[in-house]
Design a protein around this ligand. Sequence first.
Ligand SMILES: [Zn+2]
Length: 256
Amino acid sequence: MSEGMTVTRITHSCHLIQIGDTTVLTDPWFSERAFYHPGEPVACAVADLPRLDAVLISHHHYDHCDLDAFRGYRDKAVPMLVAGPVAAKAESAGFTSVRALEPWQTATVAGLTVTAVPAKHAVYEVTFVISGGGRSVYFAADSLVVPEMRTLPDRFGQFDVALLPVNGLRIRPQFNKQIVMNAEEAAQLTAVLKPRLTVPHHYAFTGGAVGDRLITKGDRDPGHFVSAVRQLAPDSAVRVLQPGEPVHFSADARVG
Ligand SMILES: [Zn+2]
């Protein structure tokens, strides 16, 4: 029997994943600054977060690792499972239970197993599989697709949910170097992972009028991913979640 599960996108790549009574937060982002705007509402303030059993941070870019805001979280002993370069930053923000996970390392928190998965981005990054209670979720942060991701079904079986970035972000001053998977690449990955449900994230982000013109370039329409999934991965359901909108899986494993 699988536990009930709820996935709620807060904004950008920040999600709440609740499996049974256990709650995990991914890639906290709660504020904005010059050239970094969520481009969509932030569904929840740090002070209004539920009790968290774990926090996962994929890499140290501000829009995934907003420790200036998240240091306001009430429980400094919350377990934090992070990419290596994040660990010292989390500790200096006052968190006391910080563990860096290397690719394929696992940690157990409140009955869930969290496994770090290789990634590739502009800086060092890991992605995460969260499993337990008969459920599994893959959170791909803002990585490009790497071959190791294609081995995940052999290692973990079928995922209930894949949370995939889709904006194909490019850095204009670096000859438009691509640093995030795009909609079609994410749909191709969906075809390999065959999750019951695939949910896009990392698309509303904007650098503002100047940032979008001079620094970053990304696809802001998640509809491109929805179309690509319907074409390339028709066995998976696809759903765009607005900030604050939950998707529920009842205990009988169907999407509700
Ligand atoms: Zn990033």
